[in-house]
Design a protein around this ligand. Sequence first.
Ligand SMILES: Nc1ncnc2c1ncn2[C@@H]1O[C@H](COP(=O)(O)OP(=O)(O)O)[C@@H](O)[C@H]1O
Ligand SMILES: [Mg+2]
Length: 253
Amino acid sequence: MVMAEGLFLVGTARGVGKTLIGVGIVALLREMGVDATMMTPISTGDSGKNAASLLREIGVEAPRRLVMPITFETPAAPYVASRIERKPIHLRKVLDAYHELREQGKFVVVEGGGVLVPIARRYDVIDLLKDFELPSIIVGRTGRGTLNHCILTLRMLLVMGVQPLGFVLNGYGQYGDGFAESLNPEALRELAAPTPVLATQEWRPEYQEDLPAFIRALRQQPDLMAMLRRLTETGSAETRASGTPVTPDAGGE
Ligand SMILES: Nc1ncnc2c1ncn2[C@@H]1O[C@H](COP(=O)(O)OP(=O)(O)O)[C@@H](O)[C@H]1O
Ligand SMILES: [Mg+2]
């Protein structure tokens, strides 16, 4: 029995904070003594700091070749960006980068995307998740519309045979949705059960410049911290199994 090899982040929409949450998780894991790093398999033109620069901010060496193996300037889904730039996506490159990080003994937080974001024809983010065979978490928002996005994402993962470890809700307060927003984390907890809501992280513009403050806030989330501890404990076969594809005959060896 060994600790999980990494964690795959699924987003409910673009800009939900996957990169920031991912780097925050890397920082928390490193505090627990785990040699964690992160990769964005396919990054497309976007605002916000990328994984490589945020990793450097927390003192993690981040060769772009491994952290961001495939990049497009075009702000679009990988499939679309790849067509516009006439540059095919070689998945081999992504998997080689991942395996190189694994060979260095790293725990790899993988920044995926929305479940059905197309990467190539008949190959979506969900297929990437299945190829990585990692436990997953869903990063979503708290504001209006999120229950639909979160439950759609969860249902789709379940249909595809993947039970995620839980949700991290990010950006609480961003849209000033007030009362409804304040009830959403609890509503999701109830509606998505037994899949847990692991954290609700506030929206604070200062987090965009102050990564340590963002990490401090994330550290205050007991369920997230407990999940990360379980994930990295040796003998976490249970966690591992719940994050990987469930098939009727799983584990019958
Ligand atoms: N909780 C938060 N409070 C303030 N700003 C945030 C928060 N979460 C994310 N952001 C900002 O929102 C933008 C999108 O976040 P990012 O992590 O790049 O999302 P994604 O990777 O899902 O596209 C970034 O500029 C980031 O700094
Ligand atoms: Mg990102």
